[in-house]
Design a binder for this molecule. Sequence first.
Ligand code: GTP
Ligand code: MG
Length: 296
Amino acid sequence: MKSGFISIIGRPNVGKSTLLNAIIGEKVAIATNKPQTTRNTIRGIYTDDKNEVQMIFIDTPGIHKPRNKLGEFMTDSALGTFSEVDAILFLVDDLLEAGPGDKYIVDLLKDVKTPKFLVINKIDILGPEKYKQIFEEYQEIGIFENIFGVSAAKGTNVSDVISQTERLMPEGPMFFPADMMTDYPERFLVSEIIREKTLMYLDEEVPHGVAVAIEQYEETETIDKISAVIYCEKKSHKGIIIGKGGRKLKGIGKAARQEIEALLGCKVYLQLWVKVKENWRDSDIALSNFGYKEQR
Ligand SMILES: Nc1nc2c(ncn2[C@@H]2O[C@H](COP(=O)(O)OP(=O)(O)OP(=O)(O)O)[C@@H](O)[C@H]2O)c(=O)[nH]1
Ligand SMILES: [Mg+2]
């Protein structure tokens, strides 16, 4: 039996959560077109058909220059995985010169002994010429055991990444039951689904200030009753989230409920509220209440 932990790292929005979901074959992490969607480390458990290998993939928040305490927590959560894992998957979707972000990560990785794979994502939209340039640029750096081109969204070459990662795993036990996909409680997954739907309905600056707290979670024989608060940082944002005549909030609620029902396999009564909590991203108490503190 082989088993181990693998960290998926990279800039915001490169497709880390999408890749995790593609590897696990189920949605365990929310993914949106908004940068900084992932805020905690999210573990997805992969067990092969023969129960001979178990790999725990850790999706991490996009590494970025923090602008508040939430940002610090997010970037620290990602960097903190480096020394604890058996392999690192570094995701990119562009050339090094495209921005300072990837260069910063490469410099950090140079000092990390853990085996590293480079995963060039979004090959479905990159085009062969650009792919070749990215490939050669990273090969030159010479710190990656292997370089893959994948499309996490379409599932292209994801099985290669899985099989090559397997080869890096040490002898080890089954940490989790073979049918388990993630070790997060349903309550957390529910709050993430609500956050995802909220982000999808919003644009620009509002999403970064959104957090979701579950207030009531009651399971009955016929239906699960869940009530949650969507927090935002400004009164004007509250209006945006609720929308004209409450239409936007209704849309968020409906989309979230449908996905939560599929997750839980039962009917759900979902009640959503919107509240303002100014500057919560710099408040230690709020961060800890939302689970964005020493959570790993
Ligand atoms: N075309 C294309 N889009 C992709 C691919 N993988 C991910 N995306 C899109 O890229 C966006 C970001 O995906 P996420 O998986 O949320 O990215 P992330 O790296 O987890 O982002 P953060 O959590 O914010 O750090 C989403 O709109 C995805 O649909 C891909 O292979 N091809
Ligand atoms: Mg993510």
